[in-house]
Design a protein around this ligand. Structure first.
Ligand code: LLP
Length: 444
């Protein structure tokens, strides 16, 4: 049953459980995040804009460190990276997972210690490898056999580099086909089943300048169940034992990747972090004891679960249209700042902010401004019936894989990122302007 509140929206639509913990309701229907009104932010920085709650990011880093006190927690930069984010993650004691020279250079030039950085990538470019070696990254994760000779040659006969091997453990997990990486038949890693992982390890052990410190796996993304991680741990420990038997080496590290799922709408499941830590450690210690192996040092690489719920996207409504049975609410952003609904069918929960409505709820589809019928931000969601151009809509859980996947479609320009913390707002990443677009276009 839908309970309608005096404000005209249902209790369900008024649910703030997936918003940053700092979110508060202000008089007249406005919302504040990090102590700053979203309506004021829209005035000051214009729309669309991403708002990032610094306190929420920091708190999420702390939650990880508390859940995995004996592990290295590496933030996956691909979810969202900026110089401020680099600083917050460093100050909170996390490491960093990067997968390009761009992410790596940004992190190191912003003061991140390179030895706490791991470089990933199924196709590392010469520039990626050159940056990694020049800056001295802690670990390079080898993703294919051909990379071994390339990295060894780049390191040189007198050099030294710690490496890991990315293993495909044969575990299927993840919120969508496009983000499942734990089984054979996709582009990442070296198979445990067909022996390519074992073969790669043997070749690395023959390269004196490469120090193999451990195994890595990343089974997928937006995983809300602990079980696939437990299975992956069991298989990875099995491989560690076989490598010890075959080569007499005891690898000291095991990196389980990221993929920890979050709720995008109230009531959706999220991965239980303390539960994950408990079950992963239980499996790790149990399997290692059974195999007569010392327990390796664990690493985890959360991206989405740190940045995602700390971000809110704020849009302004440009048009409201009724066609047939449907009401379309069109905003000033769309698939260029959030391609996730189009790519993975993700459903978001937009909400009117900035004013209180006395109108009853009605079902509407929130669409973007781009030239495609598939430019849908949220299909069939409940919004106040009097929603009109000029209103502000905010979409929570917009901190991960939004700006980092934003495109230049229709030359609209990517939105800014504004940090909010303890009542103050500051610009982290400025809006992409027409000037930026013009300046990159150097031909005629
Ligand atoms: N480690 C490795 C090696 C990864 O490839 C990834 C994500 C992560 C860690 C972090 O995963 P997370 O904890 O954020 O799920 N664009 C997609 C997600 C792609 C994830 C790619 N790899 C999305 O928007 O859902």
């Amino acid at each position: 049953m839908t309970v309608t509140l005096p404000s005209g929206i249902s209790a369900e639509a008024d649910d703030l459980s997936i918003w940053p913990a700092s979110t508060t309701r202000l008089p007249h229907g406005a919302l504040a995040v990090g102590g700053v009104s979203l309506a004021e932010l829209a005035e000051r920085f214009d729309t669309p804009a991403y708002v990032l709650d610094e306190g929420e990011v920091r708190e999420r880093c702390r939650t990880y460190r508390a859940a995995f006190p004996e592990a290295d927690v590496l933030y996956a930069a691909k979810a969202f990276l900026s110089r401020a984010m680099v600083r917050w993650v460093r100050e909170e004691g996390l490491g960093l997972d990067v997968c390009s020279a761009g992410e790596l250079e940004l992190a190191v030039t912003a003061g991140f210690p390179p030895e706490r950085i791991v470089l990933h990538g199924n196709a590392k470019s010469p520039r990626d490898l050159a940056s990694a070696l020049r800056l001295g990254v802690g670990r390079i994760v080898i993703d294919s056999a051909s990379e071994i000779a390339r990295i060894a040659a780049a390191v040189g006969p007198t050099g030294h580099q710690k490496v890991m091997v990315r293993v495909v453990p044969g575990v299927s997990a993840g919120g969508h086909d496009k983000i499942r990486t734990g089984t054979d038949g996709q582009k990442f890693g070296l198979s445990l089943t067909d022996g390519s992982a074992q073969h790669a390890v043997a070749r690395i052990l023959g390269q004196p300048q490469l120090e193999l410190v451990g195994l890595h796996c990343h089974i997928g993304s937006q995983i809300t169940d602990c079980k696939p991680y437990v299975t992956a741990v069991r298989r990875m420990v099995g491989l560690l034992a076989r490598l010890r038997d075959a080569h007499g080496v005891t690898l000291p590290e095991l990196d389980l990747g990221g993929g920890h799922g979050i709720a995008y709408r109230p009531g959706e499941p999220a991965l239980d972090l303390p539960g994950l830590a408990r079950r992963v450690y239980a499996e790790l210690t149990g399997s290692c004891a059974a195999a007569g192996l010392p327990v390796p040092r664990l690493a985890v690489e959360p991206g989405r679960a740190i940045a995602g719920p700390a971000g809110v996207a704020v849009y302004r409504v440009l048009a409201v249209k009724r066609t047939g049975e449907k009401v379309f609410v069109a905003v000033d952003g769309g698939m260029s700042d959030n391609p996730r609904p189009a790519l993975y069918g993700v459903c978001y929960a937009p909400r009117l902010v900035g004013r209180r409505s006395a109108a009853g709820p009605r079902t509407a589809t929130v669409v973007g401004r781009h030239c495609e019928a598939g430019d849908i931000l949220a299909a069939d969601v409940e919004l106040p019936g009097d929603i009109h151009p000029g209103d502000l809509l905010a979409v929570p859980v917009a901190g991960a894989y939004h700006l980092s996947m934003a495109s230049g479609y229709n030359l609209v320009g990517r939105p800014p990122v504004v940090a909010v913390h303890e009542g103050a707002a500051r610009l982290l990443v400025r809006r992409e302007t027409l000037n930026d677009i013009r300046h990159r276009d150097v031909g005629d």
